[in-house]
Design a protein around this ligand. Structure first.
Ligand SMILES: Nc1ncnc2c1ncn2[C@@H]1O[C@H](COP(=O)(O)OP(=O)(O)OP(=O)(O)O)[C@@H](O)[C@H]1O
Ligand SMILES: [Mg+2]
Length: 292
């Protein structure tokens, strides 16, 4: 079954530095392949960078920094849509060939969108985000593969920065993927209890302990306890704390495109993408039934 309507996925967390940008980048790139793979459809992919720079507690990069300069992507400005600067991402591995895996390289239709004026509050509205996505959909409609609706990944600053507009951004999303630091499971509860609006169906525990260790087992128990307080069925993906993820991301090269990438980590981002794709299909189906 093919998706019928666009999907807007918010990537969010209670605290800073948990890996929101890393997850948005690597998972988004699974959809931005030239062809579908591993149960994840290839579709126009929009990376929406809603994280103002210079206002951060961790030293991670923003989506804009990752996609505009470091890695094998070159942004070509398309224009302004609803107060967002929109760039089409071209794949240009100039000079990075040695780091890239030939088989995993290549990019489908991918876009970067950033609030144009730097006034994030102004564009942090459901209406504008939806119109942005519709605008990109119009851009690709005539193209090869452009019949598919786009998926957007919205990267956000941490919730504890208490900016009201962050909540507005999250309400513009169809679903939210919380990215949690497993070493402090109580922020899971805090995030899920704070009023954010849309569904949470997939949860990422990033920078997790080594699976199977005593620390991992003990923490899993704490995480389960926290989750049982607030949610029913959500899928969880545990992503270990791994230097290879850090170095790939910091270079602006998604893990799957990197030569010598360890398959077991690459698979984890694809699993998140797969779960989102499944949710997308089910959601489309329900909407279709209601409409029909
Ligand atoms: N699984 C992981 N293993 C090791 N390092 C990681 C992992 N995930 C992210 N990192 C690293 O941790 C740092 C912070 O990650 P990232 O920038 O994605 O977090 P963030 O939640 O977006 O942060 P901020 O709140 O500042 O926006 C980065 O240097 C990143 O490369
Ligand atoms: Mg970030």
């Amino acid at each position: 079954m093919e998706p019928r309507a666009p999907l807007v996925v918010g990537v969010a967390a209670y605290k800073g530095g948990t890996g929101k940008t890393t997850v948005a980048f690597n998972v988004g790139m699974e959809f931005a392949r030239p062809r579908g793979y591993g149960g994840v459809p290839a579709c126009p992919t929009i990376f929406i960078d809603f994280d103002p720079q210079g206002n951060r507690e961790s030293s991670g990069l923003t989506l804009k920094q990752l996609l505009a300069g470091r890695g094998p992507f070159r942004p070509e400005r398309v224009g302004e849509i609803e107060g967002f600067e929109v760039y089409r991402l071209e794949f240009e591995p100039d000079g990075l060939e040695e780091l890239l895996d030939d088989r995993a390289a290549g990019l489908g239709a991918a876009f970067l969108a950033v609030p144009a004026s730097g006034d994030y509050r102004r564009v942090a509205s459901r209406k504008r985000v939806r119109r942005l996505v519709a605008g990109v959909h119009d851009l690709v409609r005539g193209e090869d593969g452009g019949a598919r609706p786009p998926i957007a990944f919205v990267d956000t600053p941490p919730m504890n920065s208490e900016q009201r507009w962050v909540k507005r951004v999250l309400r513009a999303c169809d679903t939210i993927v919380p990215v949690m630091d497993p070493s402090s499971p109580e922020q899971i509860t805090r995030f899920l209890e704070s009023e954010h609006g849309p569904d949470v169906r997939v949860l990422v525990l990033n920078k997790d302990y080594k699976p199977g260790t005593v620390e991992w087992e003990a923490n899993l128990e704490r995480v389960r306890r926290e989750l049982s307080k607030v949610v029913g069925a959500v899928d969880r993906v545990h992503i270990p704390d791994a230097q290879v993820i850090k170095s790939a991301t910091d270079l602006g090269i998604p893990l799957r495109m990197r030569r010598s990438r360890p398959r077991e980590y690459e698979r984890l981002f694809r699993e998140v993408a797969f779960l989102i794709a499944q949710y997308w299909q089910r959601r489309d189906h329900v909407t279709g039934v209601l409409e029909g």
